[in-house]
Design a protein. Structure first.
Length: 115
């Protein structure tokens, strides 16, 4: 299935947003799912990733502020983003990984944080 993202939007600095990503229809056994982001003029960068056994990776810039977790629904992950900063503004892309295959990507959802 394809990856469907939701939850982007605009918020003031210090605010919170929750992003969610689900495979629709859910039919793949992924080894991990997560989020990358890309701001204008910048390369796409890892934000957070969660693997099958629950281990996680976070970008240093979001540690302590963002939390990635699996939802009850199969192949659904969410990213809780707290204490947002203007530098968090970017298009956030959901990524799903199956070892031995190319990564799957969502279309992206925009997050804008105003100061």
């Amino acid at each position: 299935g394809r990856l469907v993202e939701s939850g982007g939007g605009s918020v003031q600095a210090g605010g919170s947003l929750k992003l969610s990503c689900a495979e629709s229809p859910s039919r793949t056994t992924f080894d991990g799912m997560g989020w990358y982001r890309q701001a204008p003029g910048n390369q796409r960068e890892l934000v957070a990733f969660i693997f099958t056994r629950g281990d996680t990776n976070y970008a240093d810039s979001v540690k302590g502020r963002f939390t990635i977790y699996k939802e009850r629904n199969r192949n659904t992950v969410s990213l809780q983003m707290n204490s947002l900063r203007p530098e968090d503004s970017a298009v956030y892309f959901c990524c799903a990984r199956q070892y031995g295959s190319p990564d799957s990507w969502g279309r992206g959802t925009r997050v804008s944080v105003s100061s």
